[in-house]
Ligand binder design. Structure first.
Ligand code: NAP
Ligand code: MG
Length: 496
Protein backbone atom coordinates (compact mmCIF):
# COMPACT_ATOMS: atom_id res chain seq x y z
CA UNK A 1 0.00 0.00 0.00
CA UNK A 2 1.24 3.46 -0.85
CA UNK A 3 1.65 5.64 2.25
CA UNK A 4 0.08 8.47 0.26
CA UNK A 5 -3.57 8.75 -0.71
CA UNK A 6 -4.57 10.87 -3.66
CA UNK A 7 -7.90 12.00 -5.05
CA UNK A 8 -8.22 10.60 -8.58
CA UNK A 9 -7.57 13.17 -11.33
CA UNK A 10 -8.84 11.49 -14.48
CA UNK A 11 -8.24 12.98 -17.93
CA UNK A 12 -11.35 12.99 -20.12
CA UNK A 13 -11.68 10.46 -22.94
CA UNK A 14 -14.31 12.73 -24.51
CA UNK A 15 -11.67 14.90 -26.22
CA UNK A 16 -11.13 12.25 -28.87
CA UNK A 17 -13.54 10.72 -31.41
CA UNK A 18 -12.75 7.09 -32.10
CA UNK A 19 -14.51 5.60 -35.13
CA UNK A 20 -15.94 2.10 -34.82
CA UNK A 21 -13.87 0.97 -37.80
CA UNK A 22 -10.97 2.28 -39.88
CA UNK A 23 -9.81 1.77 -43.47
CA UNK A 24 -6.27 2.20 -44.81
CA UNK A 25 -4.76 5.58 -45.67
CA UNK A 26 -3.55 5.34 -49.25
CA UNK A 27 -3.06 8.15 -51.77
CA UNK A 28 -4.37 10.76 -49.32
CA UNK A 29 -7.66 9.00 -48.59
CA UNK A 30 -9.09 6.40 -46.30
CA UNK A 31 -9.92 3.37 -48.45
CA UNK A 32 -11.36 -0.03 -47.59
CA UNK A 33 -8.89 -2.91 -47.42
CA UNK A 34 -9.10 -5.70 -50.00
CA UNK A 35 -9.12 -9.19 -48.62
CA UNK A 36 -7.45 -8.92 -45.20
CA UNK A 37 -9.19 -9.89 -41.95
CA UNK A 38 -10.10 -6.87 -39.78
CA UNK A 39 -8.80 -6.95 -36.20
CA UNK A 40 -9.69 -5.19 -32.97
CA UNK A 41 -7.53 -2.88 -30.94
CA UNK A 42 -8.21 -2.78 -27.21
CA UNK A 43 -7.50 -0.53 -24.27
CA UNK A 44 -5.06 -2.66 -22.26
CA UNK A 45 -6.10 -0.98 -19.00
CA UNK A 46 -9.72 -2.16 -19.34
CA UNK A 47 -9.65 -4.80 -22.13
CA UNK A 48 -12.45 -2.81 -23.76
CA UNK A 49 -12.47 -2.83 -27.60
CA UNK A 50 -11.70 0.62 -28.95
CA UNK A 51 -12.11 0.07 -32.70
CA UNK A 52 -11.90 -2.38 -35.56
CA UNK A 53 -8.92 -1.84 -37.83
CA UNK A 54 -8.23 -3.13 -41.35
CA UNK A 55 -5.59 -5.67 -42.22
CA UNK A 56 -3.69 -4.60 -45.33
CA UNK A 57 -3.13 -7.42 -47.80
CA UNK A 58 -0.20 -7.63 -50.22
CA UNK A 59 -2.47 -5.97 -52.82
CA UNK A 60 -3.11 -3.10 -50.43
CA UNK A 61 0.61 -2.75 -49.76
CA UNK A 62 1.09 -2.72 -53.55
CA UNK A 63 -1.42 0.12 -53.87
CA UNK A 64 0.26 2.06 -51.05
CA UNK A 65 3.72 1.67 -52.62
CA UNK A 66 2.36 2.72 -56.03
CA UNK A 67 0.73 5.82 -54.48
CA UNK A 68 4.01 6.65 -52.71
CA UNK A 69 5.98 6.20 -55.96
CA UNK A 70 3.64 8.48 -57.93
CA UNK A 71 3.79 11.15 -55.23
CA UNK A 72 7.56 10.80 -55.12
CA UNK A 73 8.24 11.17 -58.83
CA UNK A 74 5.55 13.71 -59.68
CA UNK A 75 5.48 15.98 -56.65
CA UNK A 76 7.56 15.47 -53.56
CA UNK A 77 11.07 14.87 -54.91
CA UNK A 78 10.62 17.83 -57.28
CA UNK A 79 9.43 20.26 -54.64
CA UNK A 80 11.94 22.71 -53.20
CA UNK A 81 13.24 21.97 -49.72
CA UNK A 82 11.74 25.24 -48.51
CA UNK A 83 8.28 24.15 -49.66
CA UNK A 84 8.61 20.69 -48.12
CA UNK A 85 9.63 22.44 -44.92
CA UNK A 86 6.39 24.42 -44.92
CA UNK A 87 4.36 21.21 -44.87
CA UNK A 88 6.47 19.82 -42.02
CA UNK A 89 6.08 23.02 -39.99
CA UNK A 90 2.33 22.83 -40.60
CA UNK A 91 2.18 19.22 -39.40
CA UNK A 92 4.26 20.14 -36.32
CA UNK A 93 1.90 22.97 -35.42
CA UNK A 94 -1.20 20.81 -35.89
CA UNK A 95 0.35 18.16 -33.62
CA UNK A 96 0.82 20.82 -30.96
CA UNK A 97 -2.71 22.12 -31.40
CA UNK A 98 -4.19 18.62 -31.20
CA UNK A 99 -1.69 17.33 -28.62
CA UNK A 100 -4.29 16.62 -25.95
CA UNK A 101 -6.39 14.56 -28.36
CA UNK A 102 -3.31 12.58 -29.46
CA UNK A 103 -2.11 12.06 -25.88
CA UNK A 104 -5.49 10.73 -24.77
CA UNK A 105 -5.74 8.42 -27.77
CA UNK A 106 -2.19 7.14 -27.22
CA UNK A 107 -2.93 6.40 -23.57
CA UNK A 108 -6.21 4.64 -24.39
CA UNK A 109 -4.69 2.44 -27.10
CA UNK A 110 -1.30 1.80 -25.47
CA UNK A 111 -1.87 1.88 -21.69
CA UNK A 112 0.92 4.37 -20.89
CA UNK A 113 0.24 6.99 -18.20
CA UNK A 114 -1.37 10.17 -19.51
CA UNK A 115 1.33 12.25 -17.83
CA UNK A 116 3.88 10.55 -20.10
CA UNK A 117 1.94 10.73 -23.37
CA UNK A 118 1.06 14.36 -22.54
CA UNK A 119 4.51 15.50 -21.35
CA UNK A 120 6.89 13.28 -23.32
CA UNK A 121 5.52 11.45 -26.37
CA UNK A 122 3.52 14.29 -27.91
CA UNK A 123 5.85 17.24 -27.25
CA UNK A 124 8.75 15.17 -28.61
CA UNK A 125 6.78 14.03 -31.67
CA UNK A 126 5.99 17.67 -32.53
CA UNK A 127 9.62 18.63 -31.83
CA UNK A 128 10.82 16.05 -34.36
CA UNK A 129 8.65 17.63 -37.06
CA UNK A 130 9.83 21.15 -36.15
CA UNK A 131 13.46 20.07 -36.13
CA UNK A 132 13.30 18.31 -39.48
CA UNK A 133 11.23 21.08 -41.04
CA UNK A 134 14.26 23.26 -40.39
CA UNK A 135 16.57 20.85 -42.23
CA UNK A 136 14.42 20.51 -45.37
CA UNK A 137 16.02 23.46 -47.19
CA UNK A 138 19.48 23.11 -45.66
CA UNK A 139 20.46 19.58 -46.68
CA UNK A 140 23.34 20.92 -48.78
CA UNK A 141 24.84 22.22 -45.54
CA UNK A 142 24.41 19.06 -43.47
CA UNK A 143 27.75 17.48 -44.46
CA UNK A 144 25.89 14.63 -46.17
CA UNK A 145 28.19 14.57 -49.22
CA UNK A 146 27.82 16.27 -52.60
CA UNK A 147 24.34 16.96 -53.93
CA UNK A 148 22.24 14.94 -51.45
CA UNK A 149 19.16 13.46 -53.12
CA UNK A 150 16.20 11.56 -51.63
CA UNK A 151 16.33 7.77 -51.68
CA UNK A 152 12.78 7.23 -52.96
CA UNK A 153 9.95 5.27 -51.36
CA UNK A 154 10.61 4.29 -47.77
CA UNK A 155 8.91 1.43 -45.92
CA UNK A 156 8.65 2.15 -42.19
CA UNK A 157 7.63 -0.34 -39.53
CA UNK A 158 7.20 0.71 -35.89
CA UNK A 159 6.49 -1.08 -32.57
CA UNK A 160 3.82 -0.50 -29.94
CA UNK A 161 5.82 1.08 -27.12
CA UNK A 162 5.99 4.65 -28.50
CA UNK A 163 3.56 4.51 -31.43
CA UNK A 164 3.31 8.22 -32.22
CA UNK A 165 6.87 9.11 -31.25
CA UNK A 166 8.34 6.32 -33.39
CA UNK A 167 6.14 7.48 -36.28
CA UNK A 168 7.55 11.00 -35.87
CA UNK A 169 11.15 9.71 -35.68
CA UNK A 170 10.57 7.97 -39.00
CA UNK A 171 8.22 10.18 -41.03
CA UNK A 172 9.77 13.59 -40.25
CA UNK A 173 13.32 12.94 -41.56
CA UNK A 174 12.05 10.91 -44.53
CA UNK A 175 9.79 13.74 -45.69
CA UNK A 176 12.32 16.47 -44.95
CA UNK A 177 14.80 14.75 -47.28
CA UNK A 178 12.21 14.40 -50.09
CA UNK A 179 11.19 10.74 -49.71
CA UNK A 180 7.65 9.38 -49.55
CA UNK A 181 6.58 6.71 -47.07
CA UNK A 182 4.49 3.64 -46.46
CA UNK A 183 4.23 3.15 -42.70
CA UNK A 184 2.87 0.27 -40.66
CA UNK A 185 2.03 0.83 -37.00
CA UNK A 186 1.96 -2.12 -34.58
CA UNK A 187 -1.14 -4.28 -34.45
CA UNK A 188 -1.98 -3.34 -30.84
CA UNK A 189 -1.49 0.44 -31.23
CA UNK A 190 -2.66 1.65 -34.65
CA UNK A 191 -4.95 4.51 -33.61
CA UNK A 192 -2.57 7.47 -33.31
CA UNK A 193 -1.06 6.64 -36.72
CA UNK A 194 -4.59 6.73 -38.16
CA UNK A 195 -5.22 10.08 -36.46
CA UNK A 196 -1.93 11.26 -37.95
CA UNK A 197 -3.37 10.38 -41.37
CA UNK A 198 -6.11 12.93 -40.65
CA UNK A 199 -3.42 15.47 -39.78
CA UNK A 200 -1.80 14.86 -43.19
CA UNK A 201 -5.15 15.67 -44.79
CA UNK A 202 -5.60 18.73 -42.58
CA UNK A 203 -2.11 19.95 -43.56
CA UNK A 204 -2.98 19.46 -47.28
CA UNK A 205 0.02 17.20 -47.67
CA UNK A 206 0.06 16.05 -51.33
CA UNK A 207 -1.75 12.68 -51.62
CA UNK A 208 0.55 9.65 -51.46
CA UNK A 209 3.43 11.34 -49.63
CA UNK A 210 2.38 9.50 -46.46
CA UNK A 211 0.52 6.18 -46.64
CA UNK A 212 -0.51 4.22 -43.58
CA UNK A 213 -1.29 0.54 -43.78
CA UNK A 214 -2.42 -1.31 -40.68
CA UNK A 215 -1.94 -5.01 -39.99
CA UNK A 216 0.34 -7.42 -38.17
CA UNK A 217 3.62 -9.14 -39.06
CA UNK A 218 2.42 -10.35 -42.49
CA UNK A 219 1.67 -6.78 -43.58
CA UNK A 220 5.11 -5.74 -42.34
CA UNK A 221 6.68 -8.58 -44.29
CA UNK A 222 4.79 -7.50 -47.44
CA UNK A 223 6.39 -4.05 -47.11
CA UNK A 224 9.84 -5.58 -46.53
CA UNK A 225 9.52 -7.83 -49.59
CA UNK A 226 8.00 -5.26 -51.94
CA UNK A 227 10.31 -4.55 -54.90
CA UNK A 228 9.17 -0.92 -55.09
CA UNK A 229 10.63 -0.07 -51.68
CA UNK A 230 14.02 1.66 -51.79
CA UNK A 231 14.73 1.84 -48.09
CA UNK A 232 13.42 0.26 -44.91
CA UNK A 233 13.38 1.85 -41.49
CA UNK A 234 12.46 -0.66 -38.81
CA UNK A 235 12.14 -0.35 -35.05
CA UNK A 236 11.30 -3.49 -33.12
CA UNK A 237 12.73 -6.70 -31.78
CA UNK A 238 16.15 -8.05 -32.68
CA UNK A 239 14.55 -11.31 -33.89
CA UNK A 240 12.37 -9.54 -36.48
CA UNK A 241 15.24 -7.18 -37.34
CA UNK A 242 17.42 -10.16 -38.21
CA UNK A 243 14.65 -11.63 -40.38
CA UNK A 244 14.39 -8.34 -42.23
CA UNK A 245 18.15 -8.18 -42.78
CA UNK A 246 18.02 -11.72 -44.20
CA UNK A 247 15.03 -10.90 -46.44
CA UNK A 248 16.72 -7.92 -48.08
CA UNK A 249 20.19 -9.45 -48.39
CA UNK A 250 21.23 -9.38 -52.05
CA UNK A 251 18.72 -6.66 -52.97
CA UNK A 252 19.54 -2.98 -53.36
CA UNK A 253 17.27 -2.01 -50.51
CA UNK A 254 18.89 -0.03 -47.76
CA UNK A 255 17.87 -0.47 -44.13
CA UNK A 256 18.23 1.05 -40.72
CA UNK A 257 17.38 -1.23 -37.81
CA UNK A 258 16.63 0.05 -34.30
CA UNK A 259 16.37 -3.09 -32.20
CA UNK A 260 16.40 -4.25 -28.60
CA UNK A 261 18.60 -3.33 -25.65
CA UNK A 262 19.68 -4.34 -22.16
CA UNK A 263 21.15 -1.14 -20.79
CA UNK A 264 23.36 -0.94 -17.73
CA UNK A 265 22.64 1.86 -15.29
CA UNK A 266 25.95 2.15 -13.39
CA UNK A 267 25.96 3.70 -9.91
CA UNK A 268 29.35 4.60 -8.36
CA UNK A 269 29.73 5.15 -4.62
CA UNK A 270 30.30 8.89 -5.06
CA UNK A 271 27.01 9.36 -6.95
CA UNK A 272 24.28 11.60 -5.50
CA UNK A 273 22.35 8.63 -4.22
CA UNK A 274 18.80 9.99 -4.09
CA UNK A 275 19.14 11.42 -7.59
CA UNK A 276 20.46 8.05 -8.74
CA UNK A 277 17.37 6.38 -7.28
CA UNK A 278 15.18 8.75 -9.30
CA UNK A 279 17.30 7.95 -12.35
CA UNK A 280 16.80 4.23 -11.81
CA UNK A 281 13.04 4.73 -11.48
CA UNK A 282 12.94 6.81 -14.66
CA UNK A 283 15.27 4.35 -16.38
CA UNK A 284 13.19 1.23 -15.89
CA UNK A 285 9.66 2.16 -14.77
CA UNK A 286 9.05 4.90 -17.36
CA UNK A 287 6.49 3.52 -19.86
CA UNK A 288 6.21 0.29 -17.77
CA UNK A 289 9.74 -0.58 -18.84
CA UNK A 290 8.54 -0.98 -22.45
CA UNK A 291 11.57 0.98 -23.59
CA UNK A 292 14.32 -0.33 -25.85
CA UNK A 293 16.94 1.72 -24.01
CA UNK A 294 15.52 1.04 -20.52
CA UNK A 295 18.07 0.81 -17.71
CA UNK A 296 17.11 -2.79 -17.01
CA UNK A 297 20.42 -3.77 -15.35
CA UNK A 298 21.55 -1.79 -12.34
CA UNK A 299 25.28 -2.12 -11.74
CA UNK A 300 25.94 -0.74 -8.28
CA UNK A 301 29.31 -0.38 -6.56
CA UNK A 302 29.45 -3.04 -3.88
CA UNK A 303 30.02 -0.77 -0.85
CA UNK A 304 26.74 1.13 -1.43
CA UNK A 305 24.65 -1.80 -2.68
CA UNK A 306 22.71 -2.27 0.58
CA UNK A 307 21.98 1.42 1.00
CA UNK A 308 20.79 1.70 -2.60
CA UNK A 309 18.61 -1.38 -2.27
CA UNK A 310 16.86 0.08 0.79
CA UNK A 311 16.30 3.49 -0.76
CA UNK A 312 15.14 2.05 -4.07
CA UNK A 313 12.54 -0.22 -2.49
CA UNK A 314 11.26 2.57 -0.27
CA UNK A 315 10.82 4.73 -3.37
CA UNK A 316 9.15 1.97 -5.41
CA UNK A 317 6.56 1.47 -2.69
CA UNK A 318 5.33 5.01 -3.46
CA UNK A 319 4.82 4.45 -7.22
CA UNK A 320 1.17 4.62 -8.23
CA UNK A 321 0.27 1.76 -10.54
CA UNK A 322 -3.15 1.83 -12.17
CA UNK A 323 -5.53 3.80 -14.41
CA UNK A 324 -3.33 5.35 -17.13
CA UNK A 325 -5.87 8.13 -17.62
CA UNK A 326 -5.37 9.31 -14.03
CA UNK A 327 -2.89 12.19 -14.00
CA UNK A 328 -1.38 10.83 -10.75
CA UNK A 329 -0.46 7.48 -12.26
CA UNK A 330 3.24 6.61 -12.51
CA UNK A 331 3.04 3.13 -14.01
CA UNK A 332 0.24 2.19 -16.41
CA UNK A 333 -0.92 -1.01 -18.07
CA UNK A 334 1.19 -3.61 -19.84
CA UNK A 335 0.44 -3.21 -23.55
CA UNK A 336 -1.06 -6.62 -24.27
CA UNK A 337 -1.83 -10.03 -22.82
CA UNK A 338 0.98 -11.40 -24.99
CA UNK A 339 3.53 -9.00 -23.51
CA UNK A 340 2.31 -9.70 -19.97
CA UNK A 341 2.78 -13.43 -20.60
CA UNK A 342 6.35 -12.76 -21.80
CA UNK A 343 7.17 -10.74 -18.70
CA UNK A 344 5.71 -13.40 -16.39
CA UNK A 345 7.69 -16.08 -18.19
CA UNK A 346 10.99 -14.18 -17.85
CA UNK A 347 10.33 -13.44 -14.18
CA UNK A 348 9.64 -17.12 -13.51
CA UNK A 349 12.95 -17.92 -15.23
CA UNK A 350 14.72 -15.40 -12.97
CA UNK A 351 13.32 -17.07 -9.86
CA UNK A 352 14.22 -20.52 -11.16
CA UNK A 353 17.78 -19.26 -11.79
CA UNK A 354 18.03 -18.37 -8.10
CA UNK A 355 17.73 -14.57 -8.12
CA UNK A 356 15.69 -12.97 -5.29
CA UNK A 357 12.45 -11.37 -6.44
CA UNK A 358 10.91 -8.37 -4.70
CA UNK A 359 7.87 -6.37 -5.79
CA UNK A 360 6.20 -3.26 -4.49
CA UNK A 361 3.11 -5.17 -3.34
CA UNK A 362 0.75 -2.48 -4.63
CA UNK A 363 -2.87 -3.23 -5.40
CA UNK A 364 -3.69 -3.83 -9.06
CA UNK A 365 -6.95 -3.20 -10.95
CA UNK A 366 -9.05 -6.29 -11.67
CA UNK A 367 -9.44 -5.85 -15.43
CA UNK A 368 -6.62 -5.14 -17.84
CA UNK A 369 -2.96 -6.21 -17.95
CA UNK A 370 -0.72 -5.23 -15.02
CA UNK A 371 2.63 -6.02 -13.50
CA UNK A 372 4.04 -4.67 -10.23
CA UNK A 373 7.38 -2.84 -10.22
CA UNK A 374 9.82 -5.66 -9.56
CA UNK A 375 13.48 -5.85 -8.47
CA UNK A 376 15.70 -8.90 -8.79
CA UNK A 377 18.77 -8.97 -6.56
CA UNK A 378 21.48 -11.60 -6.34
CA UNK A 379 21.65 -11.62 -10.14
CA UNK A 380 24.74 -12.92 -11.88
CA UNK A 381 25.91 -12.17 -15.38
CA UNK A 382 25.00 -15.56 -16.76
CA UNK A 383 21.36 -15.31 -15.66
CA UNK A 384 18.95 -14.95 -18.53
CA UNK A 385 17.31 -12.00 -16.75
CA UNK A 386 20.70 -10.23 -16.99
CA UNK A 387 21.18 -11.05 -20.67
CA UNK A 388 17.75 -10.94 -22.31
CA UNK A 389 15.27 -8.14 -22.74
CA UNK A 390 12.26 -8.44 -20.41
CA UNK A 391 10.57 -5.30 -21.74
CA UNK A 392 8.55 -4.71 -18.61
CA UNK A 393 8.80 -3.06 -15.16
CA UNK A 394 11.49 -5.44 -13.92
CA UNK A 395 15.07 -4.53 -13.04
CA UNK A 396 18.04 -6.77 -12.21
CA UNK A 397 20.67 -5.62 -9.72
CA UNK A 398 24.32 -6.67 -10.06
CA UNK A 399 27.34 -5.32 -8.19
CA UNK A 400 30.89 -4.31 -9.14
CA UNK A 401 34.04 -3.11 -7.33
CA UNK A 402 36.15 -1.22 -9.89
CA UNK A 403 35.37 0.95 -12.94
CA UNK A 404 37.01 -1.67 -15.19
CA UNK A 405 34.72 -4.35 -13.78
CA UNK A 406 31.68 -2.09 -14.32
CA UNK A 407 32.67 -1.63 -17.97
CA UNK A 408 33.26 -5.34 -18.52
CA UNK A 409 29.89 -6.24 -17.02
CA UNK A 410 28.03 -3.43 -18.79
CA UNK A 411 29.40 -4.55 -22.16
CA UNK A 412 28.68 -8.20 -21.49
CA UNK A 413 25.41 -8.54 -23.45
CA UNK A 414 24.65 -9.02 -27.13
CA UNK A 415 23.11 -5.53 -27.13
CA UNK A 416 24.60 -2.04 -27.20
CA UNK A 417 21.90 0.60 -27.25
CA UNK A 418 22.35 2.77 -24.17
CA UNK A 419 23.94 3.08 -20.73
CA UNK A 420 23.82 5.36 -17.69
CA UNK A 421 26.70 6.45 -15.45
CA UNK A 422 26.19 8.05 -12.03
CA UNK A 423 29.28 9.59 -10.47
CA UNK A 424 30.58 12.94 -9.30
CA UNK A 425 33.79 12.65 -11.34
CA UNK A 426 33.70 14.21 -14.80
CA UNK A 427 36.88 12.42 -15.88
CA UNK A 428 35.32 9.07 -14.99
CA UNK A 429 32.20 9.91 -17.01
CA UNK A 430 34.33 10.61 -20.08
CA UNK A 431 36.40 7.46 -19.61
CA UNK A 432 33.28 5.31 -19.14
CA UNK A 433 31.56 6.87 -22.17
CA UNK A 434 34.60 5.96 -24.22
CA UNK A 435 34.68 2.35 -22.97
CA UNK A 436 30.98 1.51 -23.08
CA UNK A 437 29.78 -0.13 -26.28
CA UNK A 438 26.49 1.76 -26.35
CA UNK A 439 24.99 4.18 -28.85
CA UNK A 440 23.87 6.58 -26.12
CA UNK A 441 25.51 7.13 -22.72
CA UNK A 442 23.69 9.29 -20.20
CA UNK A 443 25.60 10.81 -17.29
CA UNK A 444 23.75 11.55 -14.03
CA UNK A 445 20.46 11.30 -15.88
CA UNK A 446 18.60 8.69 -17.93
CA UNK A 447 16.09 8.42 -20.79
CA UNK A 448 16.58 11.96 -22.05
CA UNK A 449 15.64 12.47 -25.68
CA UNK A 450 15.97 15.34 -28.09
CA UNK A 451 15.51 15.50 -31.86
CA UNK A 452 18.96 17.05 -32.30
CA UNK A 453 20.68 14.04 -30.76
CA UNK A 454 21.31 10.89 -32.83
CA UNK A 455 20.01 7.64 -31.34
CA UNK A 456 20.89 4.08 -32.31
CA UNK A 457 22.76 0.95 -31.40
CA UNK A 458 25.86 -1.19 -31.56
CA UNK A 459 25.96 -4.97 -31.95
CA UNK A 460 22.51 -6.64 -31.89
CA UNK A 461 20.80 -3.35 -31.08
CA UNK A 462 20.91 -2.60 -34.79
CA UNK A 463 22.52 -0.13 -37.15
CA UNK A 464 21.87 3.38 -38.38
CA UNK A 465 21.03 6.47 -36.38
CA UNK A 466 17.78 8.39 -35.96
CA UNK A 467 17.67 12.05 -35.04
CA UNK A 468 20.19 14.83 -35.40
CA UNK A 469 22.25 15.47 -38.52
CA UNK A 470 23.39 11.83 -38.52
CA UNK A 471 19.79 10.66 -38.81
CA UNK A 472 19.44 12.44 -42.16
CA UNK A 473 22.14 10.24 -43.70
CA UNK A 474 19.81 7.27 -43.98
CA UNK A 475 17.32 9.26 -46.04
CA UNK A 476 19.60 10.68 -48.73
CA UNK A 477 21.82 9.30 -51.42
CA UNK A 478 24.88 11.02 -52.72
CA UNK A 479 25.43 8.51 -55.54
CA UNK A 480 27.17 9.69 -58.69
CA UNK A 481 25.28 10.36 -61.98
CA UNK A 482 25.70 6.83 -63.38
CA UNK A 483 24.39 5.15 -60.27
CA UNK A 484 21.52 7.61 -60.07
CA UNK A 485 20.54 6.86 -63.68
CA UNK A 486 20.39 3.13 -62.98
CA UNK A 487 18.42 3.73 -59.77
CA UNK A 488 15.97 5.88 -61.71
CA UNK A 489 15.52 3.12 -64.31
CA UNK A 490 14.90 0.59 -61.56
CA UNK A 491 12.35 2.83 -59.82
CA UNK A 492 10.51 3.29 -63.10
CA UNK A 493 10.34 -0.48 -63.52
CA UNK A 494 9.12 -0.95 -59.94
CA UNK A 495 6.32 1.57 -60.31
CA UNK A 496 4.75 -0.23 -63.26
P1 NAP B 1 8.38 -6.66 -33.04
O1 NAP B 1 7.57 -7.84 -32.71
O2 NAP B 1 9.67 -6.83 -33.74
O3 NAP B 1 7.43 -5.69 -33.87
C1 NAP B 1 7.85 -4.46 -34.41
C2 NAP B 1 7.05 -4.17 -35.67
O4 NAP B 1 7.38 -5.13 -36.69
C3 NAP B 1 5.55 -4.29 -35.47
O5 NAP B 1 4.89 -3.33 -36.28
C4 NAP B 1 5.28 -5.69 -35.94
O6 NAP B 1 3.96 -5.93 -36.30
C5 NAP B 1 6.21 -5.77 -37.14
N1 NAP B 1 6.55 -7.13 -37.58
C6 NAP B 1 6.39 -8.30 -36.91
N2 NAP B 1 6.84 -9.34 -37.68
C7 NAP B 1 7.29 -8.80 -38.84
C8 NAP B 1 7.88 -9.33 -40.03
N3 NAP B 1 8.11 -10.64 -40.18
N4 NAP B 1 8.23 -8.49 -41.02
C9 NAP B 1 8.04 -7.16 -40.88
N5 NAP B 1 7.48 -6.60 -39.81
C10 NAP B 1 7.11 -7.39 -38.78
O7 NAP B 1 8.71 -5.82 -31.75
P2 NAP B 1 7.73 -5.46 -30.57
O8 NAP B 1 7.72 -6.59 -29.61
O9 NAP B 1 6.45 -4.94 -31.09
O10 NAP B 1 8.49 -4.20 -29.96
C11 NAP B 1 9.35 -4.28 -28.93
C12 NAP B 1 10.80 -4.34 -29.43
O11 NAP B 1 11.14 -3.13 -30.09
C13 NAP B 1 11.77 -4.47 -28.30
O12 NAP B 1 12.74 -5.44 -28.60
C14 NAP B 1 12.41 -3.09 -28.22
O13 NAP B 1 13.67 -3.09 -27.66
C15 NAP B 1 12.39 -2.66 -29.64
N6 NAP B 1 12.47 -1.20 -29.74
C16 NAP B 1 13.63 -0.63 -30.21
C17 NAP B 1 13.75 0.74 -30.30
C18 NAP B 1 15.02 1.36 -30.79
O14 NAP B 1 14.99 2.54 -31.15
N7 NAP B 1 16.13 0.64 -30.86
C19 NAP B 1 12.68 1.56 -29.93
C20 NAP B 1 11.52 0.96 -29.47
C21 NAP B 1 11.43 -0.43 -29.39
P3 NAP B 1 2.85 -6.33 -35.18
O15 NAP B 1 3.28 -5.77 -33.86
O16 NAP B 1 1.66 -5.65 -35.69
O17 NAP B 1 2.79 -7.80 -35.18
MG1 MG C 1 -4.42 -1.17 -28.28
Amino acid sequence: MSPFEYAPAPESAAVVDIASSYGLFIGGQFVPATGGTPFKTVNPATEEVLAEVSEASTDDVDAAVAAARTAYTRVWSRMSGADRGKYLFRIARILQERAREFAVLETLDNGKPIKESRDVDLPLAAAHFFYHAGWADKLDHASLGPNPRPVGVVGQIVPWNFPMLMLAWKVAPALACGNTVVLKPAETTPLTALLFAEVCQQADLPPGVVNIVTGAGATGQAIVDHPGIDKLAFTGSTAVGKMIARSIAGTRKRATLELGGKAANIIFDDAPIDQAVEGIVNGIFFNQGHVCCAGSRILVQENIAEDLDRRLKRRLATLRVGDPMDKNTDVGAINSRKQLDRIEEMVAIGEAEGAQRWDSGCELPTNGFWFRPTVFSGVSQTHRIAQEEIFGPVVSVLTFRTPAEAVAKANNTPYGLSAGVWTEKGSRILWMADQLRAGVVWANTFNKFDPTSPFGGYKESGYGREGGRHGLEAYVTTAGPLERASEAARSKGASK
